[in-house]
Design a protein around this ligand. Sequence first.
Ligand SMILES: [Zn+2]
Length: 462
Amino acid sequence: MKIKFLGATGTVTGSKYLVDTGKARILVDHGLFQGQKALRERNWAPLPVEASSIDAVVVTHAHVDHIGGLPLLVRQGFHGPIHASSGSYDVAQFILPDSARLQEEDARYANRKGFSKHSPARPLYTEKDARNALRLFVRCKYRLPIGLAPGITAEFLPAGHIVGSAHVRLTVENPGGPPLRVLFSGDIGPYDAPILPDPTPVPECDALLVESTYGDRDHDAVDPRDELAALVTAAIARGGRIVIPAFAVGRTQEVLYLLNELREANRIPQVPIIVDSPMAEQATKVVLAHVEDQDEEMRERARSGGPLAYRTAQIPKGPRGSRMAARSKKPAIIISASGMATGGRVLHYLREMLPDPRNTVLLTGFQAMGTRGRRLFDGEKTVKIHGEFVEVNAQVKMIPRLSAHADRGQILRWLRTAPRPPRTTFVVHGEPDASAALRDKIAGELGWNVVVPEYLQEVEIG
Ligand SMILES: [Zn+2]
């Protein structure tokens, strides 16, 4: 069998792997590339095979960089099943149509400003394509083998990254030998995070693809509650506000969970919490509904009342509500998407709040190269928002422990749970330095055979 790396090489986006057994073709994930323009252009690259020749798709989780390309695949002629965990199935219902609307908006904007190479500019796909993709989704349970195509099955194992996130293990019949097993880590959640369970121990496998978002760094061991409490209290004491760019699915609920705890313990001032993301309400319902994606503490808190500071949160109505909430000077904690400040309503808040030194911007997750979030993190003194240069005088902070990804030490902790070393480990889903650092660590500390594959590289397993 062969695996071709169609994405998530040298970058944390565009996850896409083509598995070809000679008898069947499977895609694992079909995500969008995000960040730098050269990467985004890969979203338009044709597949190396006919889309209609692919038997099935399996998705590790429902973030856009893992499933956002599916509507395009369906428009190109794919008509097989898309297997997803139950949580991913529910998240995809609103993530894919939203991604389509963003594509359509971008194309309209490019046409208005006349800066597209194509004229008229076309969206990568439309909302109709997204609806067509959703019709192909199949809801799957964790830990139950699922037949994908002749001679190939898949299992989903909870990965602790977001609701529905999974490590996916493929088992492929191998004439004349034992079946071959390949584990795709997907995005690996951190250990001991709120709401979600720890990642599932690595099962028996012949080949392993492991993500490396934080392959070159360890988060400090400080309890994120202490940092969050200190930072909120300081900003409010200065008469400022706090804005938290966060993915609607994942970080938003975790931040609400922690704010709820801090409020109950009277560790932060009782200021309004504003959740301004059209998807956050749907995402929060999905998180609360999927008990199989909750740890014991979350289940216990859910039994005894609201675990998230959500019922007390204010939700602005429509874009006009957002603009008004953004212009207000009243102390508040605002959570809004997108998580890397590449678009979405959080831009209204950043535009109003960045010039004022009393305010704080709190980044909660990995900020990919080329994104506005990364520029802020790197300390740039002006950023461009909606075509205007905005001065950055607000404090910009990061609480790495709030990230949805395991750090280097935790990735190694996860790898050490393997019953035996895989024959080959492929380090993917990281910027080049991070992937190289993790490769060296795995080779040095575990003594495993490990490589960093390149974009479009094909490898033989077996
Ligand atoms: Zn993810």
